[in-house]
Design a protein around this ligand. Structure first.
Ligand SMILES: C[C@H](O)CC(=O)SCCNC(=O)CCNC(=O)[C@H](O)C(C)(C)COP(=O)(O)OP(=O)(O)OC[C@H]1O[C@@H](n2cnc3c(N)ncnc32)[C@H](O)[C@@H]1OP(=O)(O)O
Length: 722
């Protein structure tokens, strides 16, 4: 018999309350087994004369993380007997329409389907720390168990739209203010409070509320229509490529205009369709890819546990160092920040303060919390206080000999267990550690700028880095709420290396006649936050040229050398910082195209001996996207082939969180597989003949194209299919 995926259990107390508990660790998702077991328990509770009321709760301090995402798009051995059976029959007719009341006792989380079941109950009691929300849109679907109808009726249309469209949960106290829950209780009296509440409803001492038919919180029709109109405009503005937020608004509108039952039916029909959409498949893939990053073969499966890191030292208070310090103190780590003189030290600490102040100004941090957080940071000018640090993160300028000297000093001043990390974004870690005997403790902790905001942390291990050190850094990464990807050591590591061809190909296209502003616009329409030229402006030409040179040195055979950036730099057009790069920037940093750049483009073309190619000037948007991204896919394939990345899904996460690749396309390799290895190979091969080696397909790609194997299939899977 197949193993059951979760269940519910029922216990009837002498008070006449049946407590039904959802049990499906770790987050009690609603699998079909859970839902069928829930139906069984409810039927029993309805039949039993000794049951007067029901409390629904979740095991292990968590109500439910929602519908079981692993079951999306899978044909199990159970099918809904009719469209929307779970929502319309089980939750609405059976549970909400019952003659015995149910009260949800919510601790931990009630997300998606979890909150939807709770909203079908006649009352809800939550702890103050419980998180309640409908994050389904993040998975490319809409709330499918009545959420689009019940949430607006409980909290009003505007707030419901905010919670659903932004996938923004609320905590217990706010839920109480909004009317989403009826009371807040401490965790240890949560269930007993819910029991009493349920009994009081059964005895008509409290109102018996069916949220599906509540109307008092809904705005009048005219006002509701205006709110929905505004929401549509906002959704289109925020994510023009996504349809499901608009569909969700239509479903909410249906309920308001034609009544909750009609809304529920439309919700069920649409939900079923959306579950098999490409957007949902991509977003679900991305959800699991993110979780898979912290499972690293040879590290997290060894049975070792992370050591406790109490105190972290950061070297360098520049943009990166101060950002890293901010992140660490925000997660309650004690941090010492070392600089070379008083002036730099003060500037570094001021940057950290400014980062925190911006949170205070946005209302995300109280002044009191600001004081407590900043008190965790201490500035120093020497190594005197490094005796008891557990981890050092070096974030000085990219200079090999300086870093070598620093690591040699660190070896002398830090305790022998201390993790020695570098935030370098390009330099080989073996070089950095060359002057030490501590190479097993040296690891890369590559943060992305601004470090206190960007969610990705690239952890770089060399052949000598010990698994314990990688595990320690993975644990810190988790505590500071970063998504870590563990990669091998090479120039550019995984993220920057994969991203390098993005700008290169764009420069090649411009040299051959394509307008840079057109490229930016097409790439932005595809879903990137900004195009390659706007990005170069943001990063600054100095950094872009330096990293270009480092790639040229290490991967000369596949680098395209454009002189465009150096020519522009000669005229001090170095990017957004000086308000002049590919774009001109006004005092509000708004970018506008500059016809003057034509002269630099012409100079760059003539030095490269290129006459504009009429074929390229007529490229479709799709072709431009492919000429910019397929070389990145090619590089991702090399990274996998060289085992710099452990698995393809890590590169999907890296592309989304490090490059801004649209998550609704699943990540760069997931997207590439929708095009197919064969197609990608043929495109690259053709371009390489005309435009040179920067397009030449690598052997991994050629092989997979020849054998018809997806680019993201694991190596052993690929072999087994040979
Ligand atoms: C019909 C309905 O309207 C449709 C729905 O309900 S769709 C689902 C809506 N719910 C969600 O989107 C919530 C998704 N989950 C989350 O955001 C987070 O996992 C969480 C906030 C619940 C917990 O976060 P956290 O404590 O950091 O743990 P996290 O590592 O993410 O998850 C723990 C495990 O539970 C799994 N999990 C979490 N939510 C799940 C779900 N809804 N279904 C299946 N598995 C789930 C994760 O994959 C992970 O598995 P692993 O240990 O094998 O990697």
């Amino acid at each position: 018999m197949a193993k059951r995926k979760g269940r519910t259990e029922m216990e009837v107390g002498p008070d006449g309350v049946a407590v039904i508990t959802i049990i499906n660790p770790p987050v009690n998702p609603l699998s079909i087994d859970v839902l069928l077991s829930l139906r069984e328990n409810y039927e029993q509770a309805f039949k039993r004369d000794d049951v007067k009321a029901i409390v629904l709760t979740g095991a292990g301090g968590k109500f439910s993380g929602g519908f079981d995402i692993t079951a999306f798009g899978q044909k199990g051995n159970w099918e809904e007997p009719e469209v929307g059976y779970i929502s319309r029959v089980l939750l609405t007719e059976t549970l909400e329409g019952a003659r015995k009341p149910s009260v949800a006792a919510i601790d931990g989380l009630a997300l998606g389907g979890g909150l939807e079941i709770a909203m079908a109950c006649h009352g809800r009691i939550a702890t103050s720390t419980a998180q309640l929300g409908l994050p389904e849109l993040q998975l490319g679907i809409i709330p499918g168990l009545g959420g689009t109808q019940r949430l607006p009726r409980l909290v009003g249309l505007s707030k419901a739209l905010e919670m659903i469209l932004l996938s923004k949960p609320v905590k217990g106290e706010e839920a109480l203010d909004l009317g989403l829950v009826d009371a807040v209780a401490p965790a240890d009296t949560l269930v007993s409070t819910a029991r009493l509440w349920a009994l009081e409803i059964a005895e008509f001492r409290r109102p018996w509320i069916k949220s599906l038919y509540k109307t008092d919180k809904l705005e009048p029709l005219g006002e509701a229509r205006e709110i929905l109109k505004f929401a549509r405009v906002q959704s289109q503005k925020q994510a023009p490529n996504l349809q499901h937020p608009l569909i969700c608004i239509d479903v909410i509108e249906e309920g308001i205009v034609s009544g909750a039952d009609a809304g529920l039916l439309k919700e069920a029909v649409v939900s079923r369709e959306l579950q098999s959409s490409e957007t949902s498949k991509s977003l679900v893939h991305f959800f699991f890819a993110q979780r898979a990053t912290s499972k690293v073969p040879g590290i997290t499966d060894l049975g070792i546990v992370p050591r406790k890191i109490n105190k972290v030292a950061i070297l360098g208070g520049g943009l990166m160092g101060s950002g890293i310090a901010t992140t660490l103190i925000l997660s309650n780590y004690q941090v010492i920040l070392k600089e070379v003189n008083e002036k730099f030290l003060k500037a570094g600490i001021d940057r950290v303060k400014a980062n925190l102040h911006s949170r205070v100004n946005k209302g995300k941090m109280t002044q009191e919390k600001f004081e407590r957080t900043i008190s965790l940071l201490k500035g120093v000018l020497d190594y005197g206080q490094f005796k008891d640090v557990d981890m050092v993160i070096e974030a000085v300028i990219e200079n090999v000999s300086l870093k070598q000297q620093i690591f040699a000093d660190l070896e002398k001043h830090c305790p022998p267990h201390c993790v020695l990390a570098s935030n370098t974004s390009t330099i080989n870690l073996n070089l950095i550690g060359e002057m030490t005997r501590s190479q097993d403790r040296i690891v890369g902790a590559h943060f992305f700028s601004p470090a206190h905001i960007m969610p990705l942390l690239e952890i770089v291990r060399t052949h000598k880095t010990s698994p314990q050190v990688v595990l320690d850094l993975l644990d810190v990464g988790k505590k500071i709420r970063k998504t870590p990807i563990v990669v091998g050591n090479c120039t550019g590591f995984a993220v920057n290396r994969m991203f390098f061809p993005y700008t290169q190909s764009a420069l090649l296209l411009v040299d051959h006649g394509v307008d840079p502003y057109h490229i930016d616009s097409v790439v932005t329409k595809f879903g990137m936050p900004m195009g390659p030229f706007r990005l170069v402006d943001l990063v600054g030409f100095g950094v872009a040229i330096a990293s270009g040179l480092s790639y040229l040195e290490n991967y000369p055979e596949r680098c395209y050398r454009s002189m465009l950036l150096p020519f522009m730099m000669e005229d001090k057009r170095t990017g957004e910082a000086v308000r002049k790069g590919f774009y001109l920037y006004n005092e509000k940093r708004k970018a506008s195209p500059d016809p003057e750049i034509k002269k630099y483009i012409e100079k760059s073309r003539s030095i490269a001996g290129i006459t504009p190619d009429p074929k390229l000037m007529k490229l479709t948007d799709k072709e431009i996207v492919e000429m910019v991204f397929l070389p990145c896919v090619n590089e991702a394939c090399r990274i996998l082939d060289e085992k710099i990345a452990v698995k393809a899904s890590d590169l999907d996460v890296a592309s989304v969180m490090g490059m801004g690749f649209p998550p609704y396309r699943g990540g760069i390799l997931f997207w590439a597989d929708t095009l197919g290895a064969k197609y990608i190979y043929s495109r690259l091969e053709e371009w390489s003949k005309t435009y040179g080696n920067s397009f030449k397909p690598c052997s991994y790609l050629s092989q997979r194209a020849a054998e018809g194997i997806p680019l993201s299939a694991a190596a052993n899977q690929a072999k087994s299919r040979l």
